[in-house]
Design a protein. Structure first.
Ligand SMILES: [Zn+2]
Ligand SMILES: [Zn+2]
Length: 320
């Protein structure tokens, strides 16, 4: 808000005053609220307000099936990943009391903390006394002895997936289709990349998209075991759901792992590299400077608006 407001002051030839920024922020909130109300009416008139409409229609290339269309190996292929750049400062960290803010950003992407916490504790806490030092694991000289669980921090024990206590939201976890449309997102709250985040997203994806799906995750190899042992396991195998490791991350896994999990060796993946989330994050990381100390409402609103624009942009270039 601040730079935009300063630019406007410059264009109008007036000195910047802090109250102008508050007024500009309030006007923007109202603009979005009006926009949302008009959009709601339009959706109702066009019959676009049915459950999961956005998930089922955001990417026509993935989810608009034609009659008698030849079946693909995977009916749907998504990638999932977490990102810590969009961390959000906890306003109560210095003993201050946060102002009550009942506003909620409207969003079709978000899965709420209650739905995510259904999968809390699905992975049995493993005994691990190592400190959480936020350093990469040292690479052993003998690459052959490495297992994916020791090499990748997010594949390690849940007790090590901690986050600095100054942050309330430690980042976001998202799912994207192979054309990089954002499908789902959830907040990672006061933790590292716990298993409950991917499990909650996969639960929703399986419910909406059904059978013959596949999902790339940078620790897909280790996570498939977590998924199998979770309450989602029987449903995932019944729906013939596949996990794989994205092509970029896959090259950092050991050779044996790649043979089983790298998209290069999985028929039906085509040119999809399974790294859609990295593309999204490389752009959304720009938001960090304006969201880190924002109010929870503005943090959510900014990310949601950014993803909406990102999806509109992807929609526009689908036919290019
Ligand atoms: Zn692996
Ligand atoms: Zn798609």
């Amino acid at each position: 808000m601040y730079p935009t407001c300063k630019a406007l002051c410059f264009l109008h030839g007036i000195p910047y005053q802090p109250y102008l920024c508050s007024q500009f922020s309030a006007a923007y909130n109202i603009y979005l609220e009006i926009f949302h109300s008009v959009d709601k009416h339009l959706r109702a008139a066009l019959n676009h307000d049915t459950p999961n409409w956005c998930l089922l229609n955001s990417c026509p290339a993935c989810f608009y099936k034609l009659q008698d269309e030849p079946a693909l190996q995977f009916d749907w292929l998504v990638s999932i990943d977490g990102n810590n750049s969009l961390k959000h400062w906890d306003s109560t960290i210095y003993g201050t009391t946060a102002r009550i803010d009942s506003r909620k950003a409207h969003s079709d992407y978000w899965i709420g903390p209650t739905a995510v916490d259904q999968f809390k504790g699905e992975v049995k806490a493993q005994e691990d006394s190592s400190p959480d030092d936020w350093q990469d694991e040292p690479v052993e000289a003998n690459q052959g002895s490495l297992t994916c669980v020791t090499r990748w921090r997010n594949a390690g024990p849940e007790t090590r997936k901690k986050m600095f206590s100054v942050f309330h939201e430690s980042g976001i976890f998202i799912a994207a289709c192979r054309h990089r449309f954002v499908l789902l997102a959830c907040n990672m709250i006061r933790s590292g990349e716990l298993a409950k985040y991917p499990l909650a997203l996969i639960d929703k994806l399986l419910t909406v998209y059904g059978k013959n799906g596949a999902c790339a995750y940078d620790i897909g190899c280790a996570f498939s075991k977590t998924l199998r042992n979770s309450s989602l396991g029987p449903r995932a195998s019944e729906l013939n759901f596949w996990m794989m490791v994205g092509a970029f991350h896959g090259h950092a896994h050991n050779c044996k792992c790649q043979l089983a999990w790298h998209p290069m060796y999985i028929p039906g993946t085509g040119h999809s590299e399974g790294e859609g989330c990295e593309h999204i994050f490389s752009a959304s990381n720009e938001l960090a400077r304006s969201t880190r100390h924002a109010s929870p409402f503005h943090w959510h609103q900014t990310i949601k608006e950014y993803f909406t624009f990102w999806d509109a942009d992807k929609y526009a270039v689908l036919c290019v």
